[in-house]
Design a protein around this ligand. Structure first.
Ligand code: C2E
Ligand code: MG
Ligand code: MG
Ligand code: MG
Length: 286
């Protein structure tokens, strides 16, 4: 099942040429079979506790390697998966795969980590979302306390009641909930008020600007204080420099994640990374 323009050697060329409609049409068609053809995989990026300097968990990040189009970034195909509803079966696969990896880590004798999985608003509103999550936990033998669902503020949530019901049910079953890209949407505070949130992830854009702008820095500090005052943990994402890490440590940010500390890795690289982490007590947070 080839797209209308035939195979192309280069992703950028395919994504940039032609009008958006035919391009996303083609991607939608290709995405439909991607799961069955085994083209999707997860990469795992470590998250660290700032104080103990230990790994607190991993974020599972979806990757699509198309045999002809090459690597297609999630920002390019997740919206299409959402529009077509494919995000529901893909999202279930992601959850199962991430929980399985975390189980295997534990079976290898590694201390329990939190596995963080990104969840789209479309998934949250699909019927029986919470039930599906719980059955995947059961099936994979993964404990609910070690699963953290990352949700993003979204105007797409038009069925608040369904989403709220699902998250509350998961919360009562001890699944953790994180608010991703915090500060970039329109209703961050109302999400904090209405949802059972355990962790707030400060968006990378704040961290990027923090050292050059006292206003951005003050905003980061305020988010940290705000979250702490209501008993919610804070993680800053997109740490790329020692200076950013040091600044966040001084502001008592609980956890950090970013290229400086560890890039997203496939399962194989993850195994060797964990071996080094355990044996040599190697630790990127110094
Ligand atoms: P996100 O959840 O906010 O994930 C963080 C993104 O920042 C990831 O991009 C990660 O690779 C990148 N990142 C991490 N550290 C750094 C850093 O130090 N510097 C820079 N420049 N970037 C860093 P990625 O993997 O391309 O994912 C993009 C977005 O796609 C994610 O943003 C998330 O919204 C979405 N996504 C990824 N996987 C899934 C999935 O399984 N399901 C859903 N629904 N969405 C997903
Ligand atoms: Mg995320
Ligand atoms: Mg984010
Ligand atoms: Mg994002």
């Amino acid at each position: 099942k080839k797209g209308p323009s035939g195979p192309s050697p280069d992703t950028e060329a395919v994504l940039d040429t032609g009008d958006d409609f035919s391009c996303s049409d083609r991607l939608a068609q290709e995405l439909r079979g991607a799961l069955d053809r085994g083209e999707l995989m997860l990469h795992y990026q470590p998250q660290f506790s700032t104080e103990s300097r230990h790994i607190r968990g991993f974020e599972a990040l979806l990757r699509w390697h198309h045999p002809k189009l090459g690597f297609i970034p999630p920002d390019a195909f997740i919206p299409i998966a959402e529009q077509t509803g494919l995000i529901v079966p893909i999202g279930e696969w992601v959850l199962r795969e991430a929980c399985t990896t975390n189980r295997l880590l534990q079976e290898a004798g590694v201390e329990p980590f939190v596995m963080c999985v990104n969840i789209s608003a479309v998934q949250l509103q699909a019927p029986f979302f919470a039930e599906h999550v719980l059955s995947i936990l059961k099936e994979t033998g993964h404990s609910p306390e070690q699963l953290e669902l990352e949700i993003t503020e979204s105007k797409l949530i038009d069925s608040w009641e369904t989403a709220l019901h699902a998250l509350n049910l998961l919360h009562t079953q001890r699944v953790r909930i994180a608010l991703d890209d915090f500060g970039t949407g329109y209703s961050s505070l109302s999400y904090l008020r209405r949802l059972p949130i355990h962790l707030v992830k400060i968006d990378r854009s704040f961290v990027e600007d923090m050292l050059h702008s006292s206003k951005e820095k003050a905003l980061v500090e305020s988010i940290i204080l705000l979250a702490r005052s209501v008993g919610i943990d804070v993680l800053a994402e997109g740490i790329e420099t020692e200076a950013q890490l040091e600044c966040l440590r001084r502001m008592c940010c609980d956890c950090v994640q970013g290229y400086l500390l560890g890039k997203p890795m496939d399962r194989e690289v993850l195994w060797s990374y964990m071996q080094r982490y355990r044996q040599e007590q190697f630790n990127p947070v110094t």
